[in-house]
Write a protein that binds this ligand. Structure first.
Ligand SMILES: [Ca+2]
Ligand SMILES: [Ca+2]
Length: 217
């Protein structure tokens, strides 16, 4: 069966609404040609997620459509450019200039990459909901498909206290519900965009992820 563009868009929207209603906020970005999937009941969707694991289940995860909303909103209002000479391609977020790095490094290597990238550079710290949103806009602009990144937060030994590696105050947080869970007693570093769009998780520091650097002048 073939559909015109408008019909396909309608179908897509209906499919998303269908998913949103039935999955309690979980949404899907199923494509119209995959509309057969829309008729799957919740159980079979759950089975699909369980069978194929987290990477394949991304499209069924909470936040998958939120990415679209974010990108749409971000395209209207991306953060402005950094106003520091030679760093105009970086973005202004809060009081800092930030840049996305499409390099997969462990937490420590990412931090040292940031220190080399700009004077006073560190993995980014986040101090407000607005800054968190702006940061996520930048991440989604550069890598919507794989948005997990290191932020510059880590647990101070086993204190359950979190600190920013740029030594700024820990005055804002946006954890995924249930996080930080210190899984296997080995998660001490802070990532964004695992499971929920824009939300934070503690993860194993040796894992390699892309990251965002920042500096404040
Ligand atoms: Ca920990
Ligand atoms: Ca965790």
């Amino acid at each position: 069966m073939r559909f015109h563009n408008n019909q396909m868009l309608r179908l897509k929207e209906e499919a998303e609404m269908w998913m949103a209603e039935r999955m309690g906020g979980w949404q899907s970005d199923v494509k119209p040609k995959e509309k057969r999937g829309v008729r799957m009941n919740f159980t079979s969707l759950l089975m699909t997620c369980l069978l194929f694991g987290s990477s394949v289940s991304w499209s069924f995860k909470r936040g998958a459509v939120d990415h679209t909303h974010h990108v749409r909103r971000c395209s209207v209002k991306m953060p402005s450019s950094c106003d520091v000479k030679n760093y105009e391609h970086w973005y202004k977020v809060g009081n800092s200039c930030v840049m996305y790095f499409n390099e997969s490094l462990n937490f420590t290597d990412a931090e040292f990459r940031c220190r080399n990238a700009a004077p006073g550079g560190h993995l980014v710290s986040v101090h407000s909901s607005q800054a968190n949103n702006d940061l996520n806009c930048i991440v989604l602009k550069y890598n919507k498909k794989s948005p997990r990144i290191w932020l510059g937060g880590f647990e101070f030994f086993t204190s359950r206290k979190w600190i920013w590696i740029d030594d700024s105050n820990w005055d804002f947080q946006a954890w995924v519900p249930g996080e930080p869970n210190n899984h296997f007693n080995k998660e001490d570093c802070l990532e964004m965009n695992w499971k929920e769009n824009g939300k934070w998780n503690d993860d194993w520091c040796p894992k390699k992820k892309n990251f965002v650097c920042s500096f404040t002048n």
